[in-house]
Write a protein that binds this ligand. Structure first.
Ligand code: SF4
Length: 380
């Protein structure tokens, strides 16, 4: 596989990538179907994570990412124990990136100092909106004022700060998104992740929509709202992926590694690792995960061998999410062939939906709302 990291401002090229899942939230947001729970035996879970960490390869780690759930929902005693334990076990590359996700409702100065003391240098805050009405609709625990306070505190203590925003929300005005975005830029955040709301089956919000209590924008309105938001965001930070906006040196190196199909390890319930062509899936139930780590030997997780055709489809899907695009040599190294690629590419380039830059193939601006259809048209 070719290494495209230098061409993407991917500064810490050497070292492994590790994801750690914390399946805990203080309450469930109304739109959420993520693998997370409102109660967890925190001491047992942290002990299981550290036991699994004992079986990680002895190597330097260039990116770590603690996500969830809400890692910030852990009691500070358990969070401290987890971070100290990881620090004892993991050798970090000199220019490592260590991200932790946090809920604005949990953040205070003490927690931020705790994270910094253990080496976390990037915080990802789930702000979602700065509109109190929309935050209530989403069932978030924080209001806009709390989010602003969390951002100010984090900005003062954390070297790098991402904020998550949700777009295409019911009743969300383009002007109000632009105002939120300008305010976030004024606050000095260096990375924005902006996702369209997806109504997931079985969630309270899906029920509201089905019962007519909440009306979601149709595809056309949703597309217009996304384009208006992207324009507002790109006045401050360039897009480097469909939902990710940052200048080159502030991009999330952990996510870039995953999108470029580099191996990544994982710890925790519901976490999936992809190493040497094999995908290992951990049980999503935390109790089952804890029980599986009770012995002294290495845990055995169900393994999926990733066949070459699947890997190639992933390269197309994830590569086209990136504004730089996907590299032809990466595709051919995974079994695609130049002739087939050119054949399918030509009509899309002619119609202005896809653009090329030397070996790179990327979505052109008019193609960005048609990403899924274009990807299907280009994949073998
Ligand atoms: S904080 Fe995140 S993971 Fe937890 S319930 Fe809300 S959306 Fe889901």
């Amino acid at each position: 596989m070719i290494d495209t990291r230098d061409q993407e401002g991917f500064a810490c090229a050497s070292g492994g990538h590790l994801y750690i899942h914390i399946p805990l939230c203080r309450s469930r947001c109304r739109y959420c179907d993520f693998p997370s729970h409102t109660s967890l035996d925190q001491a047992a879970y942290v002990a299981a994570l550290l036991r699994e960490a004992d079986h990680l390869p002895d190597q330097a780690w260039s990116t770590l990412y603690i996500g969830g759930g809400s890692p910030s929902a852990l009691d500070p005693v358990h969070l401290d124990h987890l971070l100290a334990g990881l620090g004892q076990r993991l050798r970090l590359s000199p220019a490592y990136e260590w991200t932790c996700e946090a809920n604005p409702a949990d953040i205070d100065e003490a927690m931020l100092h705790l994270l910094r003391t253990h080496g976390i240098n990037r915080l990802s805050l789930g702000v979602q909106s700065l509109d109190d009405g929309l935050l209530t609709l989403l069932g978030r625990r924080h209001n806009a004022a709390r989010a602003r306070t969390a951002i100010t505190l984090a900005r003062a203590i954390m070297p790098r700060l991402n904020v998550d925003l949700m777009l295409a929300l019911p009743g969300q005005e383009a002007a109000s998104v632009a105002q939120d975005v300008d305010m976030l830029a004024d606050q000095g955040i260096d990375h924005l992740s902006a996702y369209a709301l997806i109504i997931e089956d079985g969630t309270p919000l899906a029920d509201d929509v089905a019962q007519g209590r909440v009306v979601i924008p149709d595809d056309e309105a949703s597309g217009q709202s996304l384009e208006a938001a992207w324009t507002a965001i790109e006045r401050h930070w360039p897009a480097y992926e469909t939902s990710s906006f940052a200048h080159a040196h502030d991009r999330c190196r952990h996510n870039l590694a995953c999108w470029r199909l580099h191996d990544y390890h994982a710890l925790g319930a519901a976490a999936v690792s992809t190493v040497a062509g094999q995908r290992h899936s951990r049980p999503s139930d935390p109790s089952t995960y804890i029980a599986a780590l009770a012995g002294s030997g290495p845990p055995q997780w169900p393994v999926e061998i990733i066949d070459p055709a699947t890997r190639l489809r992933e390269a197309w899907m994830l590569g086209l999410r990136l504004r730089r695009g996907v590299h032809r040599e990466h595709l051919t190294s995974l079994g695609d062939n130049h002739q087939r690629i050119e054949q399918h590419l030509a009509p899309l380039v002619d119609s202005g939906l896809v653009m090329t830059d030397g070996p790179w193939i990327a979505l052109a601006p008019p193609g960005r709302l048609l990403q899924d259809a274009i990807t299907r048209a280009l994949m073998p």
